[in-house]
Design a protein around this ligand. Structure first.
Ligand code: AMP
Ligand code: TRP
Length: 326
């Protein structure tokens, strides 16, 4: 039997290339080898303030993006978290064996509670418990995510270990799977992670046109030590070289490294090539996205929820039995 894989993204707006190179591109490859569940985690998204009227469209848009990027409903289960009630049921159970100290240590909670001072709710604090429930409900062994989610997967392992010790062997120990692009940095401040929170100029959206990509790159920070065009650069210190490594072939990489270190080409030329190569990767996704019909997306989600629910209800029966519950 194939090993099981689980991952998810919150429907909080546009996807950026950090989400793509950090997670989704890897999902597409892994869906061949694993039995995958790819979730739209709307219950996670409501832990920060949002507009209820916009949520249904955001969910459909994210599902459409999953399909356009190459997730295949014939190979994987694609579904919405709130359509499978067992996620929150298991989250409650797991919250009773999760240590408060562990939750207080979570970097994402500390960051998000600083960013949303007007709404630091208990759901935001319990966010990693719901994430552990997502993963354990399907007994997933692997969790492909970006670097920022590694700590949450570690906590999931700890929760699984604790449950198994108290109530008998029930859950496998899940591992995170990271890619080379697991931590892309912001275009406007390379000391920070690329994220929607720093505004549209700081990231490249999957839906950006070639012109927009070039415009964003042309003002992006490069190697801070390179002050003049005639100075030689150091690609390994340059945020944009990291992106080149994800999208450019060997010929282009050699050209950029030689041109930059010997000051034969300027940053603008390097950025133009980068814009072209990023767009080459995004163009087929954008074309597939345009062709997708909403009806088709809704059907995929309905079918996905049905298949997810079958696995989820089986796990819940086992969990309750092991715990002496009804
Ligand atoms: P989010 O948009 O926070 O729900 O993230 C969705 C997925 O993208 C998660 O697996 C994140 O770890 C990943 N991700 C988010 N930002 C980045 C980034 N800057 N670089 C790489 N991966 C990222
Ligand atoms: N917390 C993840 C993020 O912010 C999203 C997520 C929720 C997730 N549940 C998950 C990722 C389970 C992997 C597995 O990106």
């Amino acid at each position: 039997m194939k090993k099981r894989l689980f991952s998810g993204i919150q429907p909080t707006g546009l996807l950026h290339i950090g989400n793509y190179f950090g997670a989704i591109k890897n999902w597409i490859k892994l869906q061949e080898e694993y039995s995958g569940l790819f979730c739209i985690v709307d219950y996670h998204a409501i832990t920060i303030s949002y507009e209820p009227k916009k949520m249904p469209q955001r969910i459909l848009d994210l599902a459409g993006d999953y399909l356009a990027c190459g997730l295949d409903p014939k190979k994987s289960i694609i579904f919405v978290q709130s359509a499978v009630a067992e996620h929150t049921e298991l989250a409650w159970i797991l919250s009773t064996i999760t240590s408060l100290g562990d939750l207080k240590r979570m970097t994402q909670f500390k960051e998000k509670s600083k960013q949303n001072t007007e709404n630091v709710n208990a759901g935001l604090f319990n966010y990693p418990v719901l994430m552990a429930a997502d993963i354990l409900l399907y007994k997933a062994q692997v969790v492909p995510v970006g670097d920022d989610q590694r700590q949450h997967v570690e906590l999931t392992r700890e929760i699984a270990r604790c449950f198994n010790k108290k109530f008998g062997e029930t859950f496998p120990s899940p591992k995170s799977l990271l890619t080379k692009g697991s931590r892309l940095m912001s275009l406007t401040d390379p000391t920070k992670k690329m994220s929607k929170s720093y505004g549209p100029e700081s990231y490249i959206a999957l839906s950006d046109s070639k012109e927009t990509i070039y415009r964003k790159l042309s003002t992006a920070m490069t190697d801070p030590a390179r002050k003049r065009k005639t100075d030689p650069g150091t690609p390994e210190k340059c945020n944009l070289y990291t992106l080149h490594q994800l999208v450019s072939d060997k010929k282009d990489l050699d050209y950029v490294v030689e041109g930059c270190t010997q000051a034969k080409i300027g940053c603008l030329e390097c950025k133009k090539l980068l814009a072209e190569n990023i767009f080459k990767e995004l163009k087929p996704i954008q074309e597939r996205r345009k062709k997708l019909k909403e009806k088709e997306i809704k059907k995929t989600l309905l079918e996905g929820a049905k298949r997810a629910k079958e696995i989820a209800s089986q796990t819940m029966r086992e969990v309750k039995k092991n715990m002496g519950l009804s």
